[in-house]
Design a binder for this molecule. Sequence first.
Ligand code: RFL
Ligand code: PHB
Length: 392
Amino acid sequence: MRTQVAIVGAGPAGLLLAQLLHNEGIDSIVVENRSREYVEGRIRAGVLEQGAVDILNAAGVGDRMRREGLVHDGFEMRFHGQSHRIDLARLTGGKCITVYGQHEVVKDLIAARVTTGRPLLFDVADVRVTGIDTKHPQVAFTHERKSHVIDCDFVAGCDGFHGVCRAVMPAHILRIYEKVYPFAWLGILVDAPPVQNELVYAYHDRGFALFSMRSPTITRLYVQCAPEDELSEWPDARIWHELHTRLETKDGWKLNEGPMLQRGITPMRSFVAEPMRHGRLFLAGDAAHIVPPTGAKGMNLAVGDVAVLARGLAEHYGDGRDSLLDRYSEICLRRVWKGERFSWHMTSMLHRFPGNDEFQWRMQLAELDYYTGSVAGRTTIAENYVGLPIEL
Ligand code: RFL
Ligand code: PHB
């Protein structure tokens, strides 16, 4: 097999890159080790920044998102049983976020890819990337019990945190920055209409809780738990009890309960691998960086990376200039670190840290009070939440 860009991983990063390259007339092959059904059903992120929405629209994959996505011009931060609204639109000159499930984005991107007729292979195994220091890298894999090799000009490592591409970078040039948090999120998808149409991030003595949604009939909820907790330790009654306790307000706000359609526990970490490029291998999305979900930044950073990479590759194939490709890592990392900072800050401010003393707890409350009580504080949160621009 021969292509211009071999893309490893069919998550939002790999699939969007494939679409952006197709729009530039650049050929690619996408290889994914899971099935299409699995990838399309994987429930993850739900919040798209304005910039990510604009990129998806410009890429020609925004039709359903524009119809079904829920545009939010604000969200709430809640503590001491009181809500404080962050008016995104007013504080950012009209910017909003869109609530639209990551798996819906993935479905739209897969449908678009299939329409192009360009290759997208699911259920591959044994992916190996070689020759990234040469002009002729290769991606080898097995598919339907046959061995294949892709000869290509570039490899895009879009294979997520547990993928194989990052490990191909020489150990002596790779620097890893990492922080693992002493808690996790238990997330549930509920067959019940969301009680209100804006997200709520709640800080409570018993820990963090998040009220979100996927559609006018599906509620998405998260509750802070211990990283070693098993789902079997969280029967329905315990989940509802914690959610009600942590989210309730003094004026009687109450969640709608309903059957749980899906549940899972997500560990929380911050992670950055630098640089994001070596030779002809480019890392994008979770393959290069992870954020805790509190800032809703993961999928958005992935979208930003591949937007930069697609422009760099378009320049390369267009007029032979490599100035953007050469600065790929630097351009992405500036934005990534700011996303890391915001996600770390939101996480630090809103969670109960086991073992923290009373002083630390009062510091968190003072921070929440400051950030929600002053226009400067709210503006800082709003500016980061709707997304910082990509600075080329
Ligand atoms: P993905 O989505 O992990 O896709 C990587 C793909 O690569 C495949 N793969 C391989 N393929 C071939 N060969 C191999 N050896 C391979 N190894 C792996 C995988 O099967 C997969 O299909 O990474 P990508 O594309 O970089 O996208 C990143 C996002 O998925 C991630 O950042 C977000 O989901 C994070 N996130 C959130 N991000 C937001 O922007 N807003 C949110 O509201 C938000 N909420 C969340 C989140 C993540 C969560 N979890 C479960 C981690 C909420 C949660 C609970
Ligand atoms: C979600 O709806 O899954 C969601 C929303 C906001 C976050 C994280 C996850 O910060």
